[in-house]
Design a protein around this ligand. Structure first.
Ligand SMILES: CC(C)(COP(=O)(O)OP(=O)(O)OC[C@H]1O[C@@H](n2cnc3c(N)ncnc32)[C@H](O)[C@@H]1OP(=O)(O)O)[C@@H](O)C(=O)NCCC(=O)NCCS
Length: 148
């Protein structure tokens, strides 16, 4: 996961320790995609502490040679299809305005499930300090029905 994040300009690279924590304590809300036993992508998520009906997708990435083949959608469907102590009804994420692939992915999830995608706020550009980071729009997708 760390290697893919490092090689994906659209993603913020977190520490290797961060990915180890995701793979251990947060593994129930993370997924790794493999094709013929080769790592192909990952999605990391957390259940929001103050709203356990919402699964926040922290990062999602697919190896550049394997994009637009449905893997991103499949990973989100896998996470949505799992059972949680409190049923998950919403996905949330933050997306930069220019990340077309990410917008398509989350809009497609809304469309597949006949539900809506809404922008509920933003992480302002200046909150990222001197890192030259674009703003991130906070989106909420759902409600999803018939989840376990
Ligand atoms: C975003 C990302 C994970 C999507 O994964 P993916 O496996 O390519 O997604 P899917 O194949 O399931 O595609 C979902 C939809 O988005 C569309 N799509 C994918 N890439 C696209 C692009 N670059 N531009 C426009 N549409 C795109 C697909 O065509 C598909 O729609 P369709 O079924 O109507 O044709 C992948 O592009 C990626 O790794 N990007 C870099 C990391 C990143 O930006 N992550 C998001 C921020 S955390």
């Amino acid at each position: 996961m760390w290697e893919l994040a490092r090689n994906t300009p659209d993603l913020d690279l977190n520490s290797l320790y961060h990915y180890l924590m995701l793979a251990t304590h947060f593994r129930h809300t993370c997924v790794v995609a493999e094709i013929q036993q080769e790592f192909a992508g990952f999605a990391s998520g957390v259940i929001l502490p103050r709203d356990p009906t919402t699964l926040f997708i922290w990062q999602i990435a697919v190896n550049s040679s394997l994009r637009a083949k449905g893997l991103g959608t499949q990973m989100l469907e896998e996470l949505l299809g799992r059972s949680y102590s409190t049923p998950v009804k919403y996905l949330s994420a933050t997306i930069t305005p220019s990340n077309h692939a990410s917008w398509h992915l989350f809009r497609k999830m809304a469309h597949r499930h006949g539900t809506s995608i809404q922008t509920t706020g933003k992480l302002e550009r200046h909150w990222f300090g001197p890192t030259n980071h674009d703003e991130e729009l906070i989106v909420k997708i759902g409600p999803f029905r018939s989840m376990p």
